[in-house]
Design a protein around this ligand. Structure first.
Ligand code: ADP
Ligand code: MG
Length: 355
């Protein structure tokens, strides 16, 4: 971490329009963002929401239609990529197959004319950063997919950039490897202390690794916050639905269930099943009668879909050992604490779980 408070990256009123006339695409729209030095920061959003374009604007591969990019307080908007202290790791990183791992990592330094002994030393340090010190003499074909991805990371780290941009770098790996790499990547970032800006469409990935997350939709940021803030207090219907699973209650249903006629979000795991007879719900809880429409056993937890009297659907996630006596077509009562319902801004996304 730096001793100053100058952010590593500032994006000010950033806008990028591709094409013109009828073919105009607004890829990035009014993005304001400040990323601190040493942060692991994720840009999260569906495909086409503008994440890659933001990274390319930061790296200098694109120039904005409007707005500015500042790196460590310096306006680099008009500067070329080589004059910016950032490096990018892409999903399809090409390693040179005929070179050893260490030769791949030091190649960029060789091109820059760094002396043989210095570049070897820096390449070995970068390989140790990604825990591949013992693999330096292997060829890429003798490594696993995850190890090759770490070589690509070392190749970027060897330049000692202040900021590392990562565009869906784990996208090509299978699930188990991806989960291992999430842990690795976070540990590597903590060790090297470089600011990471990580692009992903995978909410689990963003939540598990990041200090903070910006959620993108249609080129705009819908919310910025810590993973916990984003998950527990989604501000918009879109964020509630995209990050984790959510029950989005329309204004009408919220009025009926909560007594507040604005849209709300409730996480499935905040809904409890209580005895359908009698009012077993505790003080400060809200409850409603429902009919079970579907049961999905997932191991430790199960998903219970219910229909309310007015035809609305809700999804509850409950520990499987609480399902005794619950069956499709049966009557249940759902209860939740008043705090479990979070008000969200209506952003035309209220299809979801309701109706
Ligand atoms: P993401 O990385 O979130 O999937 P992108 O930043 O790649 O999204 O794209 C955002 C939008 O901009 C999309 O509609 C995409 O088709 C469009 N776009 C991206 N690059 C170009 C380009 N070079 N020319 C025209 N349209 C583009
Ligand atoms: Mg992309």
């Amino acid at each position: 971490m730096s001793s100053t408070n100058t952010p590593a990256i500032q994006l000010v009123g950033l806008r990028k329009v591709f094409g013109s006339g009828d073919h105009e695409v607004v890829a990035v729209d009014s993005v304001d963002l400040s990323i601190a030095e040493g942060e692991f920061f994720s840009l999260l959003g569906p495909s086409g929401s503008g994440k890659t374009t933001v990274l390319r604007l930061v790296a200098g591969f694109e120039s904005p239609t409007a707005g500015a990019v500042l790196l460590s307080g310096r306006d680099v908007t008009q500067r070329p990529p080589y004059d910016r202290d950032v490096n990018t790791v892409f999903q399809d990183y090409a390693l040179f197959p005929h070179m050893s791992v260490v030769q791949n990592v030091e190649y960029g330094l060789k091109v820059k004319g760094v002396s043989r002994s210095e570049r070897r030393q820096r390449a070995m340090t970068a390989l140790e950063n990604v825990r591949l010190g013992a693999f330096s003499r292997r060829k890429p074909s003798q490594l696993s997919g995850g190890q090759r991805q770490r070589v690509a990371l070392a190749r970027a780290l060897v330049n000692r950039p202040k900021v590392l941009l990562l565009d869906e770098p784990l996208g090509a790996l299978d699930l188990k490897l991806r989960e291992e790499m999430q842990v690795e990547l976070k540990a590597i970032q903590r060790d090297v202390g470089i600011t990471f800006v990580f692009v992903t469409h995978d909410q689990g990935e963003a939540l598990s690794m990041s200090n903070r997350v910006a959620v993108f939709n249609h080129g705009r940021i819908e919310q910025v916050g810590t993973p916990r803030e984003i998950y527990d207090h989604p501000q918009t219907a879109f964020v509630a639905g995209f990050v984790g699973t959510s029950n989005l209650l329309s204004a009408a249903l919220s009025g009926q269930l909560l007594g507040i006629a604005t849209p709300h979000s409730i996480r499935p795991e905040r809904l409890r099943l209580v005895e359908s007879t009698g009012d077993a719900s505790a003080a400060g809880e809200i409850s409603v009668a429902a009919t079970v429409s579907d049961l999905q056993y997932l191991g430790a937890d199960s998903r219970v879909r219910v229909v309310l009297e007015d035809g609305s659907h809700l999804l509850a996630s409950v520990p499987s050992d609480r399902l005794v006596g619950v069956a499709i077509g049966g009557s249940v009562r759902l209860a939740w604490s008043q705090h479990a319902a979070v008000a969200v801004v209506d952003s035309d996304q209220l299809q979801g779980e309701n109706k």
